[in-house]
Design a protein around this ligand. Structure first.
Ligand code: PLP
Length: 394
């Protein structure tokens, strides 16, 4: 009667959501201050003041019918031009509004790209650990999802495993840097090696292998680390961007897909993005927030808060004996669990009201994700629980 797969997907809550709901229940029982909830990647740093000021200004000054009306399917032309200018300023590129398609966040940007590319028999490769929704989005197109096992020592790319999985059926490869859940930024060396390999294999197989750069955390990078802008390294790159994290407005659902002119058959690629947007109903992204992000282009919320949180938590955990690759961006730590079964480890943590997410959810067992986009003061209070947890394994 209904599409079985959709019923299945809609009936299951993600582990992250389960843990978050558990936290809310426990908070009602023992008080919010006694729960250390590190489950959700919901930015705790508020959007910059300019966001609310812009909203007030737009609502006060603009004609309401125009402000809240439909824009063109790919987004308002002036908005796209302003965003392209801002990207060019930061990255020294030369995009125009015609390279951009406005969407409702990175999730929609990804779905649009997958839909624009997927043909029967195609495979999409992602690198573990990865954002779990990739699998749902890719399989939703009918294409095959394939995960490249992680390089557990660095969380850069495991090239030996990647080379084995890369084949004539590979349509595209997804990269996410800064990464959720590891917080790792792919180095320029990694990107050069990746793009060289993709060029070689594209030539060998006689068709392009696309790169899809999922970058909602682009601006959340610390200590001046370089986050390579992938269109400069590889022509056949789609950029999936979102303002959810950089401007702390995940609930407003706004982002874009960027299709560079250098892409092979770029006009057809952009048309395919528009077509996919149409099929999926992702047309005319929220009009008010298109104007807001154009007006606040280039700004971010206070990233320094995440850097302070990272330092506080990373240094404390390492001192307690946890092993963790030091993250250079996003707002996640991904330490090893203190027993091989991360679920069992998270259950022990839960008994201390410490809510962590098992790495299995990101296809990386033996690890846990700690989302530190929380009040610094909660991290300080949680350290006793992390210490008690470590002591359980002594
Ligand atoms: N990609 C990654 C790696 C994410 O972590 C998220 C959200 O957490 C998304 C995509 C989806 O972002 P958006 O809220 O902009 O749809």
């Amino acid at each position: 009667m209904f599409a079985e797969k959709m019923v299945e997907l809609g009936s299951k809550r993600s582990t992250i959501r389960e843990i978050f709901e558990f936290g809310n229940k426990r908070a009602a029982q023992v008080g919010r201050e006694n729960i250390f909830d590190f489950s959700l990647g919901n930015p705790n740093v508020p959007a910059p003041r300019s966001v609310s000021d812009t909203i007030v200004k737009l609502v006060g000054e603009k004609d309401a019918a125009a402000l809240h009306g439909y824009t063109s399917a790919q987004g308002d032309a002036a908005v796209r031009t302003r965003i392209a200018e801002s990207i060019n300023q930061v990255h020294g590129t030369h995009f125009t509004g015609d390279n951009l398609y406005m969407t409702v966040g990175a999730a929609a940007s990804l779905c649009v790209c997958f839909k624009a590319l997927a043909e029967e028999g195609d495979e999409f490769l992602v690198f573990a650990p990865y954002f779990p929704e990739y699998k749902v989005f890719i399989e939703g197109t009918g294409a095959r999802f394939r995960a490249v096992p992680a390089d557990m020592d660095s969380f850069q790319i495991n090239f030996a495993a990647f080379e084995e999985l890369l084949g004539p059926k590979t349509k595209a490869v997804v990269v996410n840097s800064p990464n959720n859940p590891s917080g790792v930024v792919y180095s320029e060396e990694t990107i050069l090696r990746l793009t060289k390999l993709l060029r070689e294999r594209s030539q060998e197989y006689g068709h392009p292998i696309y790169l899809i750069s999922d970058e909602p955390y682009r601006e959340i990078a610390f200590d001046g680390v370089k986050v390579p802008y992938l269109t400069k390294y590889y022509d056949n790159t789609f950029v999936c961007y979102s303002y959810s994290k950089s401007l702390s407005m995940p609930g407003e659902r706004i982002g874009y897909v960027l299709v560079p002119d250098e892409m092979e058959d770029a006009k057809a690629a952009y048309a395919a993005v528009c077509g996919a947007g149409r099929v999926l109903g992702y047309v005319c992204a929220p009009a008010l927030f298109q104007q807001v992000v154009a007006s606040c282009a280039g700004e971010t919320s206070d990233i320094e808060v995440y850097r302070r949180n990272r330092d506080l938590l990373y240094n404390a955990l390492v001192e307690m004996g946890y092993f963790c690759v030091k993250p250079e961006g996003a707002f996640y730590l991904f330490p090893r669990s203190l027993e091989p079964d991360a679920y069992a480890f998270c259950e022990k943590a839960k008994s201390l009201d410490l809510l962590l997410v098992p790495g299995d959810d990101f296809d990386c067992p033996g690890h846990v994700r700690i989302a530190y986009c929380v009040q610094t003061e909660m991290i300080e209070r949680s350290l006793t629980a992390f210490k008690k947890l470590a002591e359980m394994y002594r």
